[in-house]
Design a protein around this ligand. Structure first.
Ligand SMILES: *[C@@H]1O[C@H](CO)[C@@H](O)[C@H](O)[C@H]1NC(C)=O
Ligand SMILES: *[C@@H]1O[C@H](CO)[C@@H](O)[C@H](O)[C@H]1NC(C)=O
Ligand SMILES: *[C@@H]1O[C@H](CO)[C@@H](O)[C@H](O)[C@H]1NC(C)=O
Ligand SMILES: *[C@@H]1O[C@H](CO)[C@@H](O)[C@H](O)[C@H]1NC(C)=O
Ligand SMILES: *[C@@H]1O[C@H](CO)[C@@H](O)[C@H](O)[C@H]1NC(C)=O
Length: 568
């Protein structure tokens, strides 16, 4: 028991670190690949299957860049610049589509993707009817410092689509060419980063984490030069485009740039627009609406980051330009899912400072919210300013509460009805850290193991993560605390297992899985991209094809030295 007391302090420290610094696209459509020359103008797609977009709302609300011309320049007094996508050099290949996005958001039958011309719309070679392509002006704090004008350097907002359900979504292409914000970039995205964004944004959605969505992935033959590891070896890669969707693409940096350049009328305009369109609980005439807005963004950002932690997701580059005002996960770059549990896990292999380690994400969120508050400062009166500062102070509690709720649920427990729940979680995480047990599979196998097996310490061999964990000298002590809690909460062990399996995924997009799919996709074999799509759409359900591919097994040896490709 003496040892347990020691643990109490150690684990609390650990928890503090974490908390504070913390389609079924099934074979039912045997679909083919459509290669197409972008230059070809043959139009075989029926017009009525192509969604009609509108840019009216945005263009009516905000002034456009006065400087006409799609070249890099400093942009003032506007929120968007008109900028046409630059078609990728053909032939184009439709590598994958998200059936759910096409059908339930864009109201398309998935067979629409079989029209030869559809790939031209999905890649920016043709514009959807009604589209006025725009590049968004924003700034941001990158790696802790103000970086000035950034903006959509390789993305084009095509317009809004209002679905039959009455939802409005903004469609954006990524990798579609240069804009006034391209700085020294070429406006392109390569296959590996596009495959990762396409797969991960959909996977996060199916894990229940707020995120942008991805409709399609198109590959081209256009050569794109990248220094993948920033070490001077430049490689020729292929350009690709993802069509992605969000209710809004505005970021913290969208507001920051206006404050920094003293464009306060425009700042109010964008705030009023976002509040009216997306924060329906805030009334237009509320004199304190900007504080209410801040408070909502703060709450939801804390919730989002707690959810990242609950699935072991590290975003990798949490700059203010990558943080959405709607608190959804956006801009999938050098992200990663943590394997061996480690609060210092850093997905970006070049991030030596570990600024964006998984355990630091809650703090990064806090930093970004401070920057949001700074951006709002000029439109708040003194009493609202101190009110908002007070709201900011509440962030750690909101985050910690949500973090604890999520982990209590991962352990299969109901409401926080016991004062030692935090201890139970922290004790487990500390054992995981000591034994380097796999994060995802430890929780999954706790859901699959029987109480009897846990009690007797006879963990089946195939439960590899739990076996690793059980090597810990205090494992049985922890089990002796945990089991009585479970037994009080459930009628039967089956009921407990069933519930826990619905919370703890068996499959997440591990780096090696993405890498394997990318290597094939580079050679126009999209089978594994599609398999992963299918598997990750049902992450809680054991699937034969996933098991054959060892997606829930110990990561293969070749994956150990894998580095996340950073330049994207
Ligand atoms: C695409 O264009 C290239 C060059 O213009 C041509 O050689 C090729 O045959 C075309 N491919 C198809 C599928 O039409
Ligand atoms: C750059 O890094 C990659 C991956 O570590 C390596 O394969 C390559 O040889 C390196 N190139 C140079 C010039 O050091
Ligand atoms: C905070 O955000 C969560 C997640 O969106 C929501 O369920 C909750 O109601 C919010 N709380 C407040 C006080 O706004
Ligand atoms: C996120 O931020 C980085 C650095 O601030 C920026 O270069 C990049 O465009 C953004 N990431 C993505 C994936 O868009
Ligand atoms: C990874 O981290 C390094 C070092 O901080 C940074 O320069 C680089 O931009 C990061 N990569 C991405 C894609 O954000």
């Amino acid at each position: 028991m003496e040892m347990t007391t020691v643990y109490f302090h150690m684990t609390l420290a650990n928890c503090f670190l974490l908390c504070l610094s913390c389609s079924d696209f099934s074979r039912k459509h045997e679909w083919q690949l459509y290669s197409h020359n972008a230059s070809s103008s043959s139009c075989s797609a029926k017009r009525d299957i192509i969604p009609t977009l509108s840019c009216k709302k945005l263009i009516d609300a905000f002034p456009l860049d006065e400087i006409d011309g799609n070249y890099v320049h400093t942009v003032k007094r506007c929120v968007f610049s008109e900028s046409p996508p630059t078609p990728l050099k053909g032939p184009l290949k439709l590598a994958a589509v998200s059936e759910e996005v096409l059908e339930s958001i864009l109201d398309l039958d998935v067979s629409a993707s079989l029209y030869e011309d559809f790939v031209l719309y999905l890649s920016g070679s043709k514009l959807f009817p009604g589209s006025v392509p725009l590049a968004h002006r924003y700034g941001g704090h990158q790696f802790g410092y103000w970086a000035g004008q950034l903006g959509d350097g390789r993305a084009h907002l095509l317009g809004e689509y209002t679905s039959r359900k009455g939802e409005t979504w903004e469609l954006q292409l990524k990798g579609s060419g240069k804009t006034p914000y391209s700085r020294s970039g070429d406006g392109r995205a390569v296959v590996r980063s596009s495959v990762r964004e396409f797969l991960c944004s959909e996977a996060m959605h199916h894990l229940g984490v707020p995120t942008s969505r991805a409709a399609s992935l198109v590959l081209s033959e256009e050569p794109v030069l990248r220094d993948q590891f920033y070490n001077g070896s430049i490689k020729k890669e292929r350009g690709a485009v993802v069509l992605r969707l969000a209710k809004s693409w505005f970021r913290i940096g969208s507001l920051e740039i206006l404050t920094k350049s003293g464009e306060l009328d425009l700042l109010r305009k964008i705030l009023d627009f976002v509040i009216e369109e997306h924060f329906t609980s805030i009334t237009k005439n509320d004199p304190d609406k900007y504080v209410a807005f801040f408070s909502t963004v703060l709450n939801e950002t804390a919730h989002m980051i707690a959810q990242w932690m609950s699935v072991g997701f590290a975003h990798g580059v949490g700059n203010t330009d990558n943080f959405s005002l709607l608190s959804i996960t956006i801009d999938y770059g050098p992200f990663g899912f943590m394997e061996a549990y480690n609060p210092n896990f850093v997905p970006n292999s070049s991030d030596d400072e570990e600024r964006y380690s998984i355990g630091a994400q809650a703090n990064v969120g806090l930093f970004n919210l401070e920057k949001l508050l700074e951006a709002l400062y000029p439109v708040l009166n003194p009493s609202q300013q101190s009110w908002a500062k007070h709201v900011l102070k509440g962030y750690p509690q909101i985050y910690q509460k949500r973090f604890q709720e999520l982990f209590i649920a991962k352990l299969g427990l109901e409401e926080q009805d016991e004062s030692d729940d935090g201890y139970l979680i922290a004790f487990l995480l500390k054992m995981m850290e000591d034994t380097r047990a796999d994060f995802t599979m430890t929780f999954r196998q706790l859901s699959e193991v029987s109480a009897l097996q846990l009690q007797s310490g006879s963990i089946p061999k195939e439960m590899w993560a739990l076996q690793d964990l059980s090597m810990h000298e205090f494992f049985s002590e922890w089990v002796n605390m945990y089991l009585p809690r479970l037994q009080r909460a459930y009628q039967s062990d089956e009921a407990r297992q069933h519930r826990m399996k619905g919370i703890n995924p068996r499959y997440v997009l591990r780096n090696w899985m993405a890498e394997s799919a990318i290597r094939k996709a580079e050679n126009d074999d999209f089978s594994e991209v599609r398999l992963l799509q299918e598997v990750l759409a049902r992450p809680y359900t054991e699937q034969a094809r996933a098991e054959e591919r060892h997606y829930a097994s110990r990561p293969p040896r070749w994956a150990q030295g894998l580095r996340v490709s950073c330049s994207s």
